[in-house]
Design a protein around this ligand. Structure first.
Ligand code: ATP
Length: 135
């Protein structure tokens, strides 16, 4: 069985959407294996987002992720890495499909750039690397 790292980002926690996001993960049949609140350090975020270092959105992204508590979740299930990304929807909530977390619950990125409620690992390698960082 595959495992992935899901993060409820600071906007999701602040908007009281943690329960709704967990509900969608559980309703899909995935297993919640471990869960905790994290006030992420710059060191952790730098390691987590290492692939984005130097991009124009990197600094605002790290500042946003430092702005409040995050809920980190270890989730298990068949093809859960791809499956959760499909539950989450595309990166930009403005255009994310209805039925997805970002499409149903996300705010217009024109106003709230960086904020898209959740993170999900994008490959087996990233999932292993990210789970080791956060848990
Ligand atoms: P995640 O990895 O968080 O699930 P993703 O895989 O859809 O999201 P990535 O390309 O890995 O997106 O980018 C990581 C995060 O950086 C995004 O979730 C978003 O918060 C932010 N981000 C990505 N691209 C942009 C952009 N062009 N402008 C602003 N923020 C961005």
């Amino acid at each position: 069985v595959e495992e992935t790292l899901v993060l409820v980002k600071p906007d999701g926690v602040a908007r009281n959407l943690t329960g709704e996001i967990l509900r969608r993960i559980e309703a899909k049949g995935y297993q919640l294996v471990d869960i905790k609140f994290v006030e992420a350090s710059r060191e952790l975020l730098g390691a987590h987002y290492a692939e984005h270092e130097g991009k124009p959105f990197y600094e605002p992204l790290v500042e946003f992720m430092e702005s409040g508590p995050i809920v980190a979740i270890r989730v298990a299930g068949n093809s859960v890495i791809e499956g959760f990304r499909s539950l989450a929807g595309t990166t930009n909530p403005t255009t994310a499909a209805p039925g997805t977390i970002r499409g149903d619950l996300g705010r217009d990125w024109g106003l709230k750039v960086q904020q898209n409620l959740v993170h999900g690992s994008d490959s087996v390698e990233s999932a292993q690397r990210e789970l080791a960082l956060w848990f």
